[in-house]
Design a protein around this ligand. Sequence first.
Ligand SMILES: [Zn+2]
Length: 268
Amino acid sequence: MDTNRTAKLEFAVQMSCDSCVNAVKGVLEKEPGVQSVHVDLAKEQVLVETALTSLQVQSLIESTGRRAVLKGIGNSESDLGAAVAMVSGAGLVQGVVRFLQLSQDRCLIDGTIDGLMPGAHGLHVHELGDLTQDCMSCGDHFNPFRKPHGAPQDSERHVGDLGNITAGPDGRASFRLEDSQIKVWDVIGRSLVVDSGEDDLGRGNHPLSRITGNSGERLACGIIARSAGLFQNPKQICACDGVTLWEERDRPIAGKGRKVTDAPTANL
Ligand SMILES: [Zn+2]
């Protein structure tokens, strides 16, 4: 599958002078996976057109000694929608996965999930955005056409079948997938679940192979919510928990420890 299609990533980067701009541009422009770089010093904004993952671009910017926060993701042609899932579970697994609709039949899925056992883990969009019983209330794999479970490249598969992601020795899986069946507008309000084991892609002998890929228990999940496209997120302070954009960067991306105090949520 063609996975070299570029997306535009908008980062907020702490920059105060022209030498900062040159440092950031310099490190990005020499990277083969970067198509173009635009820096707006006054807005502390860096726009990168790239086929790299958002984590790779963030790491490149931060290699210059500046902090970077991803603010938006979009593409060159038209705004077909973007979404994000903050994934967490009962254990240490947590991450952020972004969806960007590149065209009618191509969705980019860019994410980083931490706290996994090294190796392959099944990743699926599930039918329901219901976390009332944690990941157990997310329903089955999203399957509007009543197909058997399969691999991402199969035409006969659940729409939600994204195959496997692979965690390295540090427990981090960072990935950039393109999918022809997922549409951002169909998955907003549903959930994304990462499993404990490898998805056999419907090719196994286990009775669950054609149902779930026999990929084990649900480790972590998150509701897929509409997210900002490019330049749609002007915030500097996150009203939700009172931390600034920059402070937020140093907090865990989801789960416990994100808020300053882990006070119980007020009853609504
Ligand atoms: Zn499936």
